[in-house]
Write a protein that binds this ligand. Structure first.
Ligand code: DX5
Ligand code: ZN
Length: 235
């Protein structure tokens, strides 16, 4: 929350036939993390990359690998993804049948491997539902589109939702990284950044631009400026 702004390009928007080239390009262009969208065709209506891909990516990645699991049955699949390696692994609150016991198990499994653990929520999941898990997470991923596809429009309600999340974090006395994912570009990053979000996933706005470095720099600058405003509002 209100940390240094981090930009995490989502390689779902990269050219899959030129993956190594595109990853080096974003690293050279100033990205902080590499965001990997793992989709299983069940939790979301799309199928993307899986364990072998994440494993090979970790082998060549010049930046921390941030794995976003949009899959059912996360407890069953987690050991494989942990084994594949990552800097951080995010699971979805909605993917658990019994969140009250299973989320702690998932966070512990990830932490035991020395990996940062994060919890994500979809745009229609009440933010208060995850309040009790905040002390266990290193990061919260606030979805600002419905998960499944890149190139969707940012949902404006994500700003107030991030405000509420930040309030719950302050009440709990914790300060996880707040990551926002979906439709992020210079024009949309301000609302959640002002609320304290500090890590921004960029898919189409990064890889779809002729100048990815400029696109990322513009988001970073807008978010940093919004942080100043947000901190001022808290005083
Ligand atoms: C959506 C994914 C996002 C997506 C971001 O389910 O989690 O990471 O690829 O792409 P843009 O920035 O184009 O919305
Ligand atoms: Zn994602």
């Amino acid at each position: 929350m209100f940390g240094n702004v981090k930009i995490a390009p989502s390689i779902l928007s990269a050219d899959f036939m030129q993956m190594a080239r595109d990853i080096q390009m974003i690293a050279d262009a100033g990205a902080d993390w590499i965001h990997v969208d793992v989709m299983d065709g069940h939790f979301v209506p799309n199928l993307t990359m899986g364990v072998p891909f994440v494993k090979d990516l970790n082998r060549i990645a010049p930046l921390p690998v941030d794995v976003h699991l949009m899959i059912d049955n996360p407890l069953r699949e987690l050991p494989w993804f942990i084994e594949a390696g990552a800097y951080s692994i995010t699971v979805h609150y909605e993917a658990f049948e019994h969140p009250e016991t299973e989320i702690s198990q998932a966070m512990n499994m990830i932490h035991d491997a020395g990996i940062k653990a994060a919890l994500s929520l979809k745009p229609d999941t009440p933010v208060d539902d995850i309040a009790s898990y905040l002390p266990q997470v290193d990061m919260v991923l606030m979805m600002s589109v419905y998960p499944g596809f890149s190139g969707q429009s940012y949902i404006p309600e994500s700003g107030p939702r991030t405000q509420r999340l930040a309030q719950l974090c302050r009440q709990a006395g914790v300060a996880p990284i707040i990551q926002v994912d979906g439709g992020i570009k210079e024009a949309t990053v301000g609302d959640t950044a002002r609320a304290g979000a500090d890590c921004f996933v960029m898919g189409s706005a990064c890889f779809g631009s002729d100048d990815s470095a400029a696109a990322m720099a513009a988001v970073r600058a807008a978010a940093t400026q919004a942080h100043v405003q947000g901190k001022e509002e808290l005083r």
